[in-house]
Design a protein around this ligand. Structure first.
Ligand code: ADP
Ligand code: NI
Length: 211
């Protein structure tokens, strides 16, 4: 699909967790969910490949200029373009609330985007993102925040708290049954990671290696 090439060009150079590989993973997970759940595969694929090409964190608030430019140049009909832009605008997680897309295709792409924030990849992305913002991994006296405005969500906070504030909630927020199943193993892996992290933090070991 030419949209893959387009996204590659748009993301050339970025390494803050929003690189092209994030987009390619979301695309392949979205295809898998779509194969099980149904929905228009073309819309799902295009929305997945274009979902971050206008991310305000990377490109400022230029609306959906990149996605629109690509779709117009490809001669994608206005009706499809609107569906895809609508999905992109509905899928992102902001603050403590989250919008549920009103189409099956949107639900699938949102699930695939969330899938990439959990599990081993999710752990790696969280620390990469936290590192890029100069955030501490963990401060024992700082407890996770219960609810946040978008501003608070974007600012401060330790990376470990981000697991409690967002990542551990994602499994329960999945829209589709296939995604919920796929999220299960990744969720358990994060719980084990946190458990292990805190054991090591406190100088404990899981096995009596040093007895
Ligand atoms: P998206 O735009 O894909 O919905 P975000 O831009 O919010 O997601 O986050 C991109 C990646 O960075 C995700 O893996 C997310 O978990 C991680 N991330 C976002 N905010 C934080 C944070 N405060 N601390 C650590 N990781 C974060
Ligand atoms: Ni994304």
């Amino acid at each position: 699909m030419r949209a893959e090439k387009f996204a590659e060009n748009v993301f050339a150079g970025d390494s803050g967790g929003h690189d092209i590989y994030h987009t390619l993973r979301v695309h392949s997970v979205a295809r898998r969910i779509c194969a099980e759940e149904g929905g228009n595969e073309r819309i799902v694929r295009l929305a997945a490949l274009l979902h971050d090409v206008d991310d305000p964190k990377l490109f400022g608030n230029a609306g959906y200029a990149n996605a629109m430019r690509f779709m117009e140049s490809e001669g994608i009909p206005a009706e499809e373009r609107e569906k895809i832009i609508r999905i992109i605008s509905q899928i992102s997680f902001r603050g403590s609330g989250s919008s549920v897309p009103d189409t099956l295709e949107g639900k699938i792409v949102q699930d695939a985007d969330r899938m990439d924030a959990i599990g081993a990849i999710g752990i790696a992305r969280a620390f990469a993102y936290g590192g890029s913002k100069g955030r501490p991994m963990h401060i024992p006296s700082e407890k996770p925040r219960e609810s946040m405005t978008e501003e608070e969500y974007r600012s401060e906070g330790t990376t470990l708290n981000h697991f409690h504030e967002k990542l551990l909630k994602l499994k329960g927020l999945m829209n589709t049954e296939s995604a919920r199943k796929m999220a299960e193993r990744r969720h358990i892996y994060m719980e084990e990671f946190l458990d292990e992290f805190l054991r090591e933090w406190d100088g404990k070991m899981r096995w009596p290696l040093l007895s």
